[in-house]
Write a protein that binds this ligand. Structure first.
Ligand code: UDP
Length: 411
């Protein structure tokens, strides 16, 4: 049942001169002490969304550092992913409960997947709620189990939280992005706070030659002689794509040729996305200045890179957000960001760094207009955001924090 995800080779040496030297040096020292350790990362999808993005970079680098790291994904059918999406929404505070049948289906999926987990791992890191129940069923002696929660669980819907909590009791440690995401009465005693990170050398983040980036966007129909603002996000209500369109329309009253690009990847474990995609299409139909792209029409990592590099401003108008990888990705390209003041985003963009935080459609429009009208100030914000990402949110820092946690657990 568990599928192994294919990944390429990476070399930590390539990060010299990109990530801070002291982080790389310490990472090599800590990894040396963990050489040969067997580590499994387990999650629900190999593409679309932040977790798969992180694992695609982190697992090969762990191998380069001498650990026996693997990445596997659980299998599940559409009904299962409908349930886990509601679980996800409930953990972020959405109302509603799961029926008894749905609860049984959730557990049934863990029962199907758990026997396929090989023994002998020193560490198993389970990401998010979809595979969380597996730990209680597959705990092998000698393995340390860690639950890595990527979402903002600071105010979970109590019914959903009560359902999930007993499954978490089997873990040795949990990892959250922010201290205040730890829900009330959390059952795992050992908790580490580790913000996620981006890979500066992935096709999505490496420096694209300007001419190539321009060619890529012009190829898919974006006019670069007109200003452009972009949101790159799954179609998810917490990412507020309709709020983005509303804010954009307010700005367009002042800057008539402004273009908006909404770029989204449709993840396998996100059945709600189609519904929201239809709503966005209906709202934007016939407006030739609004571009809606998905991975299904071939807009993938390199195109996202080009959008994040060439947009005048990147938007991330989230209403809930554990940590916006997309915010870090845009800032790494020096592009200023207008983002919702929620979850992990204020940590990514402290005052005066990276862009402007907003709490409403009107504030979003005002911030966009301000940055579009003051390109020098916008540029300075983007540059400060890039430095913040370099020091805090690149992959070597995340690997270092993770390995320190594993070492502490093993000890
Ligand atoms: N992403 C992408 N193509 C898209 C939309 C999103 O490659 O059309 C990527 C995006 O670049 C980022 C990840 O998916 O790396 C989204 O992570 P984030 O933390 O921003 O949000 P999540 O989807 O995990 O809630």
């Amino acid at each position: 049942m568990l599928d192994v995800v294919d990944i390429g080779d990476r070399s930590l040496a390539a990060y010299r001169g990109v990530a801070p030297d002291e982080q790389l040096d310490e990472l090599v020292r800590v990894a040396h002490r963990l050489r040969g350790a067997r580590l499994l990362h387990l999650n629900a999808t190999s593409y679309g969304g932040g977790v798969s993005e992180i694992l695609r970079s982190c697992v090969p680098l762990l191998r380069d550092l001498g650990l026996e790291a693997e990445w596997k994904i659980i299998r599940g059918d559409d009904a299962f992913f409908q349930i886990t999406k509601r679980l996800h929404n409930g953990l972020q505070g959405a109302p509603g409960d799961l029926s008894e049948t749905e609860k049984a289906l959730y557990l049934g999926n863990a029962q199907l997947n758990a026997p396929h987990l090989a023994e002998g791992y020193d560490f198993v890191i389970v990401h998010d709620p979809q595979p969380a129940a597996i730990a209680g069923l597959a705990r092998h002696r000698g393995s340390r189990w860690i639950w890595r929660c990527h979402i903002d669980t600071s105010h979970p819907n109590p019914a959903v939280w009560d359902f999930l909590t007993p499954y978490l009791g089997a873990y040795d440690a949990a990892v959250f992005t922010l201290e205040n995401f730890i829900p009330p009465r959390f059952p795992i005693r050992r908790v580490a706070i580790l913000p996620p990170a981006i890979d500066p050398l992935s096709p999505k983040n490496l420096a694209l030659p300007k001419k190539l980036a321009r060619h890529i966007l012009e190829w898919i129909g974006v006019r670069l002689d007109r200003p452009l603002v972009t949101q790159v996000s799954r179609f998810d209500k917490w990412k507020d794509p309709l709020g983005v369109v509303a804010a954009y329309r307010l700005v367009r009253q002042r800057i008539p040729h402004l273009q908006l690009a909404l770029v989204s990847s449709m993840a396998l474990d996100d059945p709600e996305a189609w519904n929201i995609y239809e709503q966005v299409r209906a709202e934007t139909a016939g407006d030739h200045l609004i571009h809606v792209f998905t991975n299904l029409v071939g807009v993938g990592n390199v195109e996202v890179n080009a959008f994040q590099s060439l947009s005048d401003v990147v938007i991330q108008k989230s209403l809930r957000e554990g940590f916006g990888l997309v915010v870090a990705e845009a800032l790494w390209k020096g592009t200023p960001v207008v983002a919702g003041r929620v979850g992990g985003i204020p940590m990514q963009m402290p005052p005066g760094t990276g862009g402007i935080l907003v709490d409403s459609v009107q504030e979003c429009a005002d911030a966009l207009l301000h940055l579009l009208r003051h390109p020098q100030a916008a540029h300075a914000l983007g540059a400060s955001g890039r430095e913040r990402v370099r020091h805090h949110f690149l992959m070597p820092r995340l690997l270092l924090d993770e390995l320190l946690l594993l070492e502490a657990l093993a000890g």
